[in-house]
Each structure stands twice: as structure tokens, then as C-alpha cells.
Design a protein around this ligand. Structure first.
Ligand code: XMP
Length: 522
């Protein structure tokens, strides 16, 4: 379970199933302290073996009185009293503490949701230091604590919650009814920082440089002298992973980029240049465009396209990987959210992200995985990339799906359609950069809808394709909002595309969010 944790000063966040548990870990890491999420069912022995500096109990959707309510496998007073490990309960976590200590938790008259004003009763409590009174906090709970367990006292209240923040009189145990991890709580970051720095006495060690040093060491230890392969898609995660593993292993790493022929304009060249010239990391580029296009000929069904591309990718990658000596490992840019999704309190069913990454590993390859970012969030990978010297323009690139432009061309993929789409997409992206909007957008791209409509150019009638522009904001790709592009920017893009790209005479803008639509069109 805990990975880097065993060697680093850290906090464990026990997950009771809140939608925002990840945010707790992120906020703590933002204060420079490593935090890891573990299921709330963790045993006392396992917890002590991980040796955290402190423990946070997350919120959760349950009531402590539910028949299957998740509760702790140990007593918080044992943890904090006997073992001296501070505990902070948040929302449901607070109710678990109160319930365990024989306080009284009751269903609220009505669910309290939204802003509340918090008044401090004990402004000098280390948890609340630097927090003004009153301050705005964010509430989201059904049950509430009506009576404190013996030895506890309130340290802050709201109009409707006399025990909005509490502490044990002798042990390092605190609880808050509100959510300090969400941005709507004005001084929430300060409260979490107070907990980890003042109460748990953590220093700020968690920096990209610290991570890089320990990751290099653990990659070396794990791989020994064997060979490692990495599929470079051109995305940020696999690129930063490759650069890091190259730092650790040098010539033992073999990077492979499969040019599927479904890439954006100059994409493969860009990756090649970055690796060869900027990093001096050897890279094998396999030109497989013809093979992919041949297999996609006549195929119009999106799922079938994805499958064909996935299988062909593996086949090409595997053949190339087999040409390197003594390969025992595969580098993958797996991120922390993917890892915790599969071990959260509710199990993987709560939020399933269909795993659509091209490059899934066929079992018979028998390679072990090297996943240096299993403990990182996306923005931390970006910070690591910066610290490793990956240029900013690359770090900020939008995500690009494995099946590439094939899922942005509705219907059959042909070389002509790819060419048209590439040209339109390039203009779109160029104009976003020019307008200074590129980084405000999570993902932007053009889609080719091969439906012909009538237009007029000069004095002649045209009968060409429709191009749809899509730009969305998102934090993780799971949900998304369409981005309100300024009219003049849209106008300039549409005019350039229709003037400069042969094969397009009409441009539309996609104004659907996800859900109900998805980000990609296929
Ligand atoms: P959707 O279209 O499902 O996309 O809303 C969500 C995010 O995932 C990306 N995506 C993919 N990435 N292989 C990938 O590596 C795929 O098959 C794939 N399909 C979608 C998409 O670009 C967006 O960022």
C-alpha cells in the first residue's frame, strides 16, 4: 500500500468514500507534505507499520448508524493517546470520532449544505491559528454531532452547529464538521496546513526534487541491470516518465514511438526532436501509418476503430520491443487517481473511467511495470517535468487520445480526410495560442464531419465537408464544460480554416458539455 510513504514524512488520509477525498491529499501535498489515501478499513498494525506523522479521516456519504456504515478498525484514542499520532476527522470523520467516543450523533433536521459562517471559540488552538473569526466554511452533511464525548470541547461553532470544530482536551485529536479541503472554505488550506505543520510537526519536504531523487533510487533498485521499454505517445505523462527513467537507467531504457499515421500535424517530428535534440535520449520511431490505414479501410464503427488501433499498436510495439536485449520492464505513466479509484472504500464501481489507453500490455510479454507516477496527481507530474527540464510548451500540451485523429473523423478514416483534419486542427490550435487562450482550455481540437454542404467561394459553388471545433475545460476529463471562446476568435478561426483548408467550407462550434456528450466525438 503506502509506497514512497515508508521513507518519507507523510500523512495518511483514511477514505470513507467522500467525493472530495482526493482533494484532502492534494491540499496537504500543496503544503509540501506528502499525503497518501488508504481505505478506512486499514488495521491499526498496518497503519502503525506505515508510520505516518498524522491521520486524516475523510468525509463520506454514510451515517454512522447505517447497517453497513464504514467505521474504524481501531480506536482513535489508542492511536493518538498511546502512539502519539494526531488525528483530524473531517465531516463524517468527525462523526466517527464522536460516535466512537460515546458522544451523540443525530440526523440533522435538514441536510446542511453550502456556506456557513464559522465563529472561533478557541482562536489559539493550533488548528485555527491565523484563521479570522468569523470565516466562511463549506458544509455538506446530514447527521450532526449533538453531544460531545467526554474529554472533548468545541473550538468553533456556526449558527446551526455548536460543534463545528472540536478537540480532545488531552490528546492530539481534532474534528471539523465543514470541509476545509474545498475552495469554498476561505481558510481551509490554512487549517489543513496548521494540522500537518503545527499539530503533526511535519516539515515541508515534499518537492519535485525530493520526489525525483527518491524515484530514481527506487527505479534503480527495482530494475537492476535489465532492459526497460517505454511507449512514447507524445503525451505529458509518458514523456516525463521516460525522462525520469532515463535519468535513473541511461542506456538501459529504450523509448519507442509508434507513428500510427493518426497523429496531429508534425506530432511525431516534435517528439523526435524533443527526445533526440533536447534530451539526447535515443528514440526509435516506427513508421506504421500504412499498416494502420490499411486495417482501418472501410471501417466506420467507432468501437471497431478503437479495437483495431489498439491491437495494431500492441503488435507493432511488441515487435519493436523484442528487438532490444534482455527487456524485463515496461514504463507506464499511470497516475494516482487511477490507482486510488481501484482501492477506494466503495470499490471500483463508484467512478469507473473506461481504460482507453492504447498500449495495454499483452500478458504473454511478461513485462513488469515501472510506474514512477503511481503516487502523483497530474499537476505534480507537470511540476516534476519542469524540474527535469521538460520545456514549458510541452508540459502544457492538451491531452491527445491514443487512437488519435481516427476518433475525430466521423466514419471512415482516409488519407485525404486525415490531411484535411490535420490542417484545420493546426490552424485552430495556432489561433488559440495567438489569442493567449490555449492554457485556459483543457483540450481543444477540430473534428471532421464528412457531410457535404453547399457553399460559395468567389463566384463558384462549393460542396465540401463540415468541420466542428471543440474546446472544453475540465480537471480530469471525466466531466467537462464547453469553453466560451470569444466571438472574434471564433470568427478568425472559421475564416482561416475555410480560406486555407481545401475540403472544408463550413465551421461549427460544439457547445455541449460532458455529460451528456463526451469530449471526443467517437
Ligand atoms: P471522452 O471522449 O471519453 O474523453 O469524454 C475523455 C478524455 O479521454 C481521452 N480519450 C482517450 N485517451 N485513449 C486515450 O489515451 C482513448 O482511446 C481515448 N478516448 C478518449 C479524451 O481525449 C479526453 O481527454
Amino acid at each position: 500500500m503506502p509506497g514512497t510513504a515508508a521513507t518519507t514524512e507523510h500523512i495518511l488520509v483514511l477514505d470513507f468514500g467522500s467525493q472530495v477525498t482526493q482533494l484532502i491529499a492534494r491540499r496537504i501535498r500543496e503544503c509540501g507534505v506528502y499525503a497518501e489515501i488508504v481505505p478506512c478499513s486499514i488495521s491499526l498494525d498496518a497503519l502503525l507499520a506505515a508510520a505516518p506523522r498524522g491521520v486524516v479521516l475523510s468525509g463520506g456519504p454514510s451515517s454512522v448508524y447505517d447497517a453497513d456504515a464504514p467505521l474504524l478498525a481501531f480506536d482513535v484514542e489508542t492511536l493518538a493517546g498511546q502512539h502519539g499520532i494526531p488525528v483530524l476527522g473531517i465531516c463524517y470523520g468527525l462523526q466517527v470520532i464522536a460516535h466512537q467516543g460515546n458522544g451523540r450523533v443525530v440526523p440533522a433536521q435538514r441536510r446542511e449544505y453550502g456556506r456557513a459562517e464559522l465563529w472561533l471559540d478557541q482562536p489559539h488552538d493550533p488548528l485555527l491559528e491565523g484563521v479570522p473569526s468569523p470565516t466562511v466554511v463549506w458544509m455538506s452533511h446530514g447527521d450532526a454531532v449533538a453531544e460531545l464525548p467526554p474529554d472533548y470541547e468545541p473550538i468553533a461553532h456556526t449558527e446551526s452547529a455548536p460543534y463545528a470544530a472540536i478537540r480532545h482536551r488531552h490528546m492530539p485529536i481534532r474534528g471539523v464538521q465543514f470541509h476545509p479541503e474545498v475552495h469554498h472554505t476561505d481558510h481551509g488550506a490554512r487549517i489543513l496546513e496548521n494540522f500537518v505543520r503545527r499539530i503533526c510537526q511535519c516539515s515541508a519536504q515534499w518537492t519535485p526534487e525530493h520526489f525525483i531523487a527518491s524515484a530514481i533510487e527506487s527505479v534503480r533498485r527495482r530494475v537492476g541491470s535489465r532492459g526497460v521499454v517505454c511507449a512514447l505517445s507524445g503525451g505529458v505523462d509518458s514523456t516525463v516518465a521516460a525522462v525520469l527513467v532515463h535519468r535513473a537507467l541511461g542506456q538501459q531504457l529504450h523509448c519507442i514511438h509508434v507513428d500510427t499515421g493518426l497523429m496531429r500535424a508534425r506530432e511525431s517530428e516534435t517528439i523526435e526532436r524533443l527526445f533526440r535534440e533536447h534530451f539526447d535520449i535515443p528514440l526509435t520511431v516506427v513508421q506504421a501509418g500504412e499498416l494502420f490505414l490499411e486495417r482501418l479501410r472501410g471501417v466506420t464503427d467507432p468501437e471497431q476503430k478503437r479495437k483495431i488501433i489498439g491491437h495494431t499498436f500492441i503488435e507493432v510495439f511488441e515487435r519493436q520491443a523484442a528487438s532490444f536485449p534482455d527487456v524485463g520492464f515496461l514504463v507506464q505513466g499511470t497516475l494516482y487517481p487511477d490507482v486510488i479509484e481501484s482501492q477506494s472504500v466503495k470499490g471500483p464501481s463508484a467512478t469507473i473511467k473506461s481504460h482507453h489507453n492504447v498500449g495495454g500490455l499483452p500478458e504473454h510479454m511478461q513485462l513488469d511495470l515501472v510506474e514512477p507516477f503511481r503516487e502523483l496527481f497530474k499537476d505534480e507530474v507537470r511540476a516534476v517535468g519542469r524540474a527535469l527540464g521538460v520545456p514549458e510548451w510541452f508540459i502544457e500540451r492538451h491531452p491527445f487520445p491514443g487512437p488519435g485523429l481516427a476518433i475525430r473523423i466521423i466514419g471512415e478514416v482516409t488519407p485525404q480526410r486525415l490531411e484535411i483534419l490535420r490542417n484545420a486542427d493546426e490552424i485552430f490550435i495556432e489561433e488559440l495560442h495567438r489569442a493567449g487562450l490555449y492554457t485556459a482550455i483543457w483540450q481543444a481540437f477540430a473534428v471532421l464531419v464528412p457531410v457535404q454542404t453547399v457553399g460559395v467561394m468567389g463566384d463558384s459553388r462549393t460542396y465540401e465537408n463540415v468541420c466542428v471545433l471543440r474546446a472544453v475545460t475540465s480537471t480530469d476529463g471525466m466531466t467537462a464544460d464547453w469553453y466560451p471562446l470569444p466571438y472574434e476568435v471564433m470568427g478568425r478561426i472559421a475564416s482561416r480554416i475555410t480560406n486555407e483548408v481545401r475540403g472544408i467550407n463550413r465551421v461549427c462550434y460544439d457547445i455541449t458539455s460532458k455529460p451528456p456528450a463526451t469530449i471526443e466525438w467517437e
